[in-house]
Design a protein around this ligand. Sequence first.
Ligand code: AMP
Ligand code: MG
Length: 340
Amino acid sequence: MLTEKLKTDEKNFKESVKRAAELLKRGGIVAIPTETVYGLAASALDGNAVKKVFAAKGRPQDNPLIVHIADISGLYEIAAEIPEAALECARRFWPGPFTMVLKSAGTVAECVSAGLDTVAVRMPSDETARAIIRESGLPLAAPSANTSGRPSPTSAKYVAEDLDGKIDAIVMAGECGVGVESTVVTFVTDVPRLLRPGAVTAEQLREIIPNIIIDKAVLSEPEKGAKVSSPGMKYKHYAPKTETYLVEGMGESFADYVNSKPRCAALCFEEESEKITVPKLVYGTKRDEKTLAHSVFSALREADRLGAEVIYVHAPSRTGVGLAVYNRLIRAAAFRVITL
Ligand code: AMP
Ligand code: MG
């Protein structure tokens, strides 16, 4: 199929929002920018449209999608029970990179929830995303707009790399600000549980939910066949095509380690870049984890082009947004961690 490219400069913005909404209302699938990563959107009320999203991405059927809304009224249409802690989080973190899992009201198509009785809801802050949701009048199911298993796309060119010819349109905007997917918290358990870290940090969540539980899957590999609270966490994810290792620890410097290895490339911090003599990409500064989040997925994509046989990635600290970056990298590395 021909994938329409919809421009969002001042001259084309309104037309493109209208066109995207029209395609979505007709059951089409459209990649849209958000502040986290690009999403592949479909009407959450249209099971056939949602199935096209799973097909285009090659996404496993048991991995549910997040529903995107532009106004708080949407929450009450989609979710059946909204505990006070969830409302408090919505007031504090919406619109923004925060998703809550709640009991489903049964209004969205069954495949959105992948057969679960819960639904994940988020209100994005990105103005283009909000305009498209409002113009369509629909809740939009939108997973990341990549081929399943590949790094999530943080610019329209990466969406096109994976999905050109497979989807109805791409809304072309700039780079996503945050760079990693939303924080996911489930409120259907007795004590709320962090399923996926993101730009809304564990530290911020603890201010509202002091006893919040960090799900095991955030930092460790789920055991084979084990039941996981967040189905998405059990799959290989975000991976470059080249074999990737996450490197942490202080025994030896990261630069010395990679410099001694043959046919490798490095994803490193600005601070150490000068000392590294193998092909390398800087993915931010270790002083500010937000810069690492912003660039981690583009660095993982570009790393494949360095022509190495192995990629070593310097692990960030696990504080603040660093936890989200670490969570994505340990999956990109298929849980292969080297401690120096
Ligand atoms: P993506 O759409 O690619 O950002 O992935 C969505 C993430 O949210 C995945 O990790 C899903 O497993 C998780 N998720 C979505 N809906 C639910 C749900 N109802 N219960 C638990 N996790 C969910
Ligand atoms: Mg994804």
